[in-house]
Design a protein around this ligand. Structure first.
Ligand SMILES: O=C(O)CCC(=O)C1=CC=C[C@@H](O)[C@@H]1C(=O)O
Ligand SMILES: [Mg+2]
Length: 373
């Protein structure tokens, strides 16, 4: 396929409620949506950056620059793509900037699946017709508000409950949740808020039968996580430390992790995410799909990826209504009462972007067309 046109939109959407993690509180999402066109079809992608470089080094500003100055020109100068894997190969000389890369690569995957008349899940090699989902619950100052949130999500059928923790809001919170809700499937995400000096606290968490402790130590570490994992029975799950299949291979070899949270944007796109999935399957390491408070476009890509067989743990792909008063897709993503999401059967991402809402939440946009035929 010759990509004929690329459109980039900087988006701004207000969250229904603040989302607090160990590194800050988000009240709104600023991110980028992409569209790639060829042969009368359009593929859609999402760049899951934030306004601030707190989760990783990328921001809306850096991604817009990398897309505008490098990635989109490369795609429009590129001869024919025969498979979306070639996008990652084309971008490989560009260092890092994975979220920017994944925004275009994901749109090319969607376009390719539409050209093959396949659901994106099937084009990726997915084997499921529905996926089990969990929910990520931000830090709440008021424990009773946290309890009300959990009751609400249990009622909605979610299969797993992820709680953000940070020093001072960890053991007592998890203890209170366990005594209130019993043995519901629970995990904690620290977003790198601890060091090996916090070993006593982390060992206390070991007594609550958590499914995993996600990214307890530094965002760029796999050495200290290996030392920590030797001290804990609770599996360590890595998120921020894993940017590629090579990172995953090294972390597994070192014993730094027993579970990996795969985020398409963090690893540079669906092709690399699939390689990490396949490696983990070969090594007996379960994976799940993390979230970045995506709009429905990114949510749709997460759903498709989670259809791959080694996504055996519920991920963070909640319903559109978890974060949005109105999502930019039709239908919105909904979760069945049994905590599952049905994999769409229509070609591509399986959800139709809503042009009037795309325009409503667009802060700025730019179009790029191929000049060399
Ligand atoms: O998208 C979701 O619902 C999950 C959001 C979530 O838990 C996270 C998003 C971005 C950074 C972190 O705060 C956290 C994570 O690390 O998984
Ligand atoms: Mg995380």
């Amino acid at each position: 396929m010759f990509i004929e046109k690329v459109t980039m939109r900087q988006m701004k959407m207000i969250l229904k409620s603040p989302f607090q993690t160990s590194f800050g509180t988000q009240l709104e999402r600023e991110f980028i949506l992409t569209e790639v066109q060829a042969d009368g079809l359009t593929g859609y992608g999402e760049c899951v950056v934030s306004k601030d470089p707190l989760y990783n080094e990328e921001t809306v500003g850096t991604a817009w620059h990398i897309l505008e100055q490098f990635l989109i020109p490369m795609v429009l100068e590129q001869a024919e793509f025969s498979h979306p894997d070639e996008a990652g190969q084309l971008f490989s000389p560009i260092r890092r900037n994975n979220m920017a890369k994944s925004a275009i690569e994901g749109a090319i995957w969607d376009l390719y699946a539409k050209q093959q008349n396949l659901p994106l899940a099937k084009a990726l090699g997915g084997t499921k017709d529905k996926i089990e989902v969990g929910i990520s619950i931000g830090i709440e100052e008021d424990i009773n508000q946290l309890f009300r949130n959990v009751e609400n999500y249990i009622e909605q059928g979610y299969r797993r409950f992820k709680f953000k923790i940070k020093p001072g809001k960890d053991v007592e919170i998890i203890r209170a949740l366990r005594s209130r809700f019993g043995d519901i499937p629970m995990m904690a995400d620290a977003n790198s808020a601890y060091t090996l000096n916090d070993m006593d606290t982390l060992k206390e968490l070991d007594y609550f039968n958590l499914m995993m402790i996600e990214q307890p130590l530094a965002h760029d570490d796999i050495i200290d996580h290996a030392k920590l994992q030797k001290q804990l029975k609770t599996p360590v799950c890595l998120d921020e430390s894993i940017h590629s299949c090579e990172d995953a291979r090294k972390a597994i070899e070192l014993g730094s992790t027993r579970i990996i949270n795969i985020k398409i944007g963090r690893v540079g796109g669906l092709s690399e995410a699939k390689r990490i999935h396949d490696l983990c399957r070969e090594k007996g390491v379960p994976v799940w799909c993390g979230g970045m408070l995506e709009s429905g476009i990114g949510r749709a890509h997460n759903i498709a990826m989670t259809s791959l067989p080694n996504f055996i743990l519920p991920g963070d792909t909640a319903a559109s209504s978890r974060y949005w008063y109105e999502d930019v897709i039709s239908p919105e993503v909904t979760v069945n009462k049994d905590g599952t999401i049905d994999i769409p059967l229509s070609p591509g991402i399986g959800y139709q972007p809503k042009p009037e809402l795309l325009d409503k939440y667009t802060v700025k946009q730019r179009e790029f067309v191929r000049t060399n035929k």
